[in-house]
Write a protein that binds this ligand. Sequence first.
Ligand code: NAD
Length: 349
Amino acid sequence: MHSPWEYPDFDDHEIVHFSTDAETGLKLIIAVHSTHLGPGAGGVRFWHYGEAGDALRDALRLSRGMSYKNAMAGLPMGGAKAVILADPERTKTPELFAAYGRAVQGLGGAYVTAEDVGITVADLVEVAKQTEFVSGLPAGQGEVGGDPGPHTSYGVFLGVKAAVRHALGKDSLSGLHIAIQGAGSVAGGLARRAAEEGARISLADIDRGRAEALAGEVGATVVDPAEIMTLEADVLSPNALGAILTEASIAALRVPLVAGGANNQLATPDDGQRIHQRGILYAPDYVINAGGIINVAMEYLKSGDQQSVKRSVEQIPVRLEQIWAESEATGRNPADVADAMAQRLIGRA
Ligand code: NAD
């Protein structure tokens, strides 16, 4: 039995809140990693976990990731994440989200919630009936808010272009071959922009219909999900699951750079070093995929309009260039450089 303070993935989190609500069946973990830069912001995941320990691990790891992501995006927000342990059928009720909203309110603003896996804008509307500490709500015409996906994919597109400029010395994606893993919200936005610029795209999704629909729209080639990571291409852009960069998959890569929006791409910290040693340029995931949280934060803070969200997302390539420059100057790999920068920003160097 671990002491709570020695629990794997516990990283001096400021708050780890566990609660249950017998009436609605809510089982909840909220992890606030750091409020050094502001209220802890991060989505709530609604997932059925086989082991409750996996839910805690997710909350601890993802909340630290949000601290790093928000700091590197220049947001006045700390990092946090919530996990609702769903039943096997992932049954949602308004009462469950009301109880969740009351729990968020009870933390008095240390945590600001938003969408993550399994959560829709409609669910957050229920949550917002109970708490003011919520973002990612429906936006009126011209207002900041709504689905963060398009902002994430815009940032990923800009990050891919920055990586291409840095590694290949090219200002355009025209004529380049881009391998995209995933055909969902983030991948779709990237594929459309890249195709518009004249890139040749190969893409894969375990949902074949989804892959074919996107490929038909942008003139891409669908490849088998098992093949996308080993395709010979100018860019690999992972936009599906995490932990896809492993010792084995890194050894099999046939691309000069990896830049995509999926969270937690490196299976272990060693994999950041492995990809670097292979001479492959890596765009740290939580830096390149910050477009969505930028939109969520600016909605919450009421600190700008759609133009200022866009300008802020357009800083992502600048941040990536800083990381790659420091990596080249010090010989440290970009993932380590990004972590160190983020730790400095949140006062944990
Ligand atoms: P999504 O659910 O719209 O799309 C994900 C797609 O990946 C799905 O179509 C799914 O079938 C596919 N997929 C799953 N496993 C796969 C595999 N092994 N091979 C190929 N395809 C596979 O999700 P999204 O919003 O586009 O998010 C994609 C990634 O980006 C996730 O890792 C997410 O955490 C991350 N991300 C998203 C946002 C956002 O604003 N949506 C923000 C930051 C990070």
